[in-house]
Design a binder for this molecule. Structure first.
Ligand SMILES: [Zn+2]
Length: 335
């Protein structure tokens, strides 16, 4: 693949998932640079943050992401925090850093780093619509979680949400509905359900509730009846949100169990056991959305993040052949 002279001097993805931008910025993993950006509070984007707190001079994130990081137990000294709103540039050492919105979880950001001689950007995690493409970039680093058409979901988020709501409405008559997802997605679902008038009580672990309060403020959506889930059976018609990693012990509880996963591509709702369902819902762009993003952004070069995504090599090849934009995937060893 052709690699332009800017690549990979001004943008690259390292072996530990560090996104290097410009001369001084690293996003979403540890690297010895003076500025560490955290695009959002998911764990695969906060790796090495304690080391960055020690090494870097500034930690850059949106104010909401800083709130999440605090809840998640990260200690960042006030003098190192550089909270940035969207489209509010800051210039440090001749480089201007700007965060742009990304639709993913509350506080998610894309990041652009520019100087008089280059302009590079990184999407972080995103989905469409709701994520404005970063324009006029020399190099775009793009997340490609679902990097090939074999992971393509054949329905929209909104269809998946309405299928989830129908399932809840039907099953909640018989008892609690347990929903399993990762933090971030849990809060997005809570907000989306409330926006659509679903007003059953919500139960969730205390930390998930604290995160939901932050999301609720950011999205200006009332959470209504929401209470802590402290363990054991639930004897009311409530929606109970549980972190995916804790699903095992809970699946035996009375009620209906729903796992949310973007890797389910066969149907929107699939029954996988007695009162156990998988609903296909993701907070990442589909393959088609990734391509649509690049087509709109029209950067001069693309680097596909192969550290976090699957089939990044395919995404790069597709962008190069179908859109005519030079594209590589990095780091190379994870093909
Ligand atoms: Zn994420």
């Amino acid at each position: 693949m052709e690699v332009t002279r800017h690549c990979c001097r001004y943008a690259s993805v390292g072996d530990k998932g560090e996104i290097l931008l410009g001369r001084n910025v690293v996003a979403d993993a540890f690297y010895k640079r003076i500025i560490r950006v955290v695009t959002h509070a998911h764990h695969d984007h906060t790796r090495g943050l304690p080391s960055s707190v020690k090494w870097s001079i500034y930690i850059v994130a949106t104010p909401v992401t800083f709130e999440f990081l605090k809840l998640l137990g990260y200690r960042i000294p006030e003098e190192k925090k550089l909270p940035l709103g969207y489209r509010a540039p800051v210039t440090i050492e001749n480089e201007t850093i700007t965060l742009f919105p990304a639709r993913h979880i509350a506080g998610s950001a894309q990041v652009v780093v520019e100087s008089p001689s280059y302009r590079v950007g990184y999407t972080g995690d995103f989905k469409l619509p709701g994520t404005p493409p970063l324009e006029d970039l020399d190099i775009l680093v793009i997340d490609a979680t679902y990097g090939s058409p074999k992971y393509q979901r054949r329905w929209s988020d909104w269809e998946a949400l309405s299928a989830l709501i129908s399932l809840i409405d039907e099953k909640i008559q018989q008892g609690p509905v347990w929903i399993y997802a990762f933090n971030g997605k849990i809060q997005e679902i809570m907000i989306e359900l409330r926006k659509r008038g679903v007003d059953y009580p919500f139960l969730a672990e205390p930390i998930a509730i604290e995160m939901a309060k932050i999301s609720s403020r950011e999205y200006r959506v009332e959470l209504g009846d929401i209470r802590p889930y402290l363990g054991g059976e639930v004897d009311e018609s409530a929606v109970v949100f549980i972190h995916t990693s804790k699903s095992n012990g809970k699946m035996r509880m009375r009620g209906t169990h729903v796992k949310l996963t973007g890797w389910e591509t066969r149907s929107i709702v699939r029954m996988v056991g007695d009162n156990v369902f998988r609903v296909s819902f993701s907070d990442h762009a589909t393959f088609r959305e990734i391509i649509e993003y690049v087509r709109e952004a029209m950067p001069r070069q693309v680097i596909v993040d192969g550290y976090r995504g699957r089939d990044a090599w395919f995404t790069a090849k597709y962008i190069e052949k179908m859109l005519g934009i030079p594209a590589v995937y990095m780091p190379v060893k994870r093909k």
